[in-house]
Write a protein that binds this ligand. Sequence first.
Ligand code: PEP
Ligand code: MG
Length: 566
Amino acid sequence: MLKGTGVSDGIGIGKVLVIEECSLEYTPKKVTDTKSETERLNGAVEIFCQNTQKQADALKISAGEADAEIMLGHISIVKDPYLIGETEKLINDGNCAEAAFENICDMFINIFSSADDELTKQRAADIRDVKAGVMKILLGIEEVNISDAPKDTILAVKELTPSMVAEINRENIAGIITETGGMTSHSAILARILEIPAVMGIPDLLNAVKNGDTVIIDGSNGEVLNYPDNAQLEHYNAKREQLMREKKALESFRGKATISADGEIYQLVCNIGDPDDAAQAVEFDGEGAGLFRTEFLFMNKTSLPTEEEQFKAYKKAALILKGKPLVIRTLDIGGDKDIPYMRLKKEANPFMGFRAIRYCLKNRDIFKTQLRAVLRASSFGNISVMFPLVTCIEELREGKALVEEVKSELKSSGTDFDENIKVGIMVETASAAVIADILAKEADFFSIGTNDLTGYTMSCDRGNSDVSYLYSVLQPSVLRMIKHIIKCARDNNIPVGMCGEAAADPMMIPLLISYGLTEFSVSPPSVLKVRKCISSWTKQKADEVAEKAAALDTEQSVHDYLKTVI
Ligand code: PEP
Ligand code: MG
């Protein structure tokens, strides 16, 4: 059995089709006619843009408008004035178009792939895809056509690129397995949207499988069974059918309110990373966006996004959501989220360091630019603003004062914005949790970030495998924190949501209902599952479960107990 990261749920059974990476080798030449060499580059870029546009059009039909934007993003990369300008400079120095373009792309790829965080690394994959596309045109290489793959094909590739995904005929591709890539890569996002089971990051995959092998992939746990026997095939076929039945049954929750078995209404919104995800949130029937992680806008670039760029992105998301709530979280960098061009100092304890709201309050230009963009966008929808990683009331006060400062600047310039914009905070540090009663008096709302709260409460870094056994939201201490935060919010009559992964965990849902959570913010594909789960609980039943869980003294016993009730 092979093991990787399950990035798109479901069981895929089929025959392997290995997509070999074609060689982009060439012999660099010196050129004297730099004008015609520049024209050759521009011609290749133009053909690349036309091909990509066609792929985007195809993707629009198979996956939806928002996802076609991922391909259109490739056109923006290749047309980036800096990238083209630097390439042309190298051609003017006498390099051939291939060498010049490769050189500049590699420079960006190196910058992005040397980042510590997974997200920035994934951006390198997009540039690699663009580089390969343009180089193939320059070198006259014909590509393998994935759209011709026969039914029940499992695609096996070293790195899946969005342009490969764009060629996929979802009727024929039963699964995707790759050597590189992870949960947050664009290709993984596309695989989830196309609902194709996928496992990525399988070490040495291409030596372990060959064309025509039968394999079973389980996208939920990242397992790939090569050479399955009949009993395994039978077992997984049955599992696949069961999953398909469950998925169909979920459709009856589409278009409905999120309501518990005893009639309590909850808000079920989505976590998004860019405006296109807002369309995904709508597609999956989310009731708005409870967390817009704006750092994605900062990560996809080589320099800070301007106020105008940010304004357009926030406005676009607001318009897509058509008046449904949109909570924009201000820049949350540092810790696991590095942005190379911002040149954050290397710190011994980055998770405890100069990050998120701490960074923004000390870099007011960056912060105020973002707040101006958010406030300007607020006149186009139902926008709130939220500060990450708050630890003390002064941070909230200072952040709110800056919001007021920006408001009065906008007012004097006659710019429209929502005067009553709500300002809330992520409660994701142990300190904020403990003083939630103090914070609730001055915050308009809370959103509990269990991903960080778990780490900070347990004093453990989940990236460190030696201590990852401690990283669980079901630890009695973390559960007490969550209960306390929700109580403080309710005592002060402010809404309290959860945007950490725990909000979509069926074991957590009865506890959250019992504690009094009012909003669940989850990844778009989890919306219907969570709505169904909420519909099965009454407050009374949830209280019984919460009471029993509270009497248990270990994570394991809480886990084992909750497993029995879902
Ligand atoms: C969290 O910490 O739970 C959260 C939602 O924020 P992020 O995962 O972006 O740190
Ligand atoms: Mg967080």
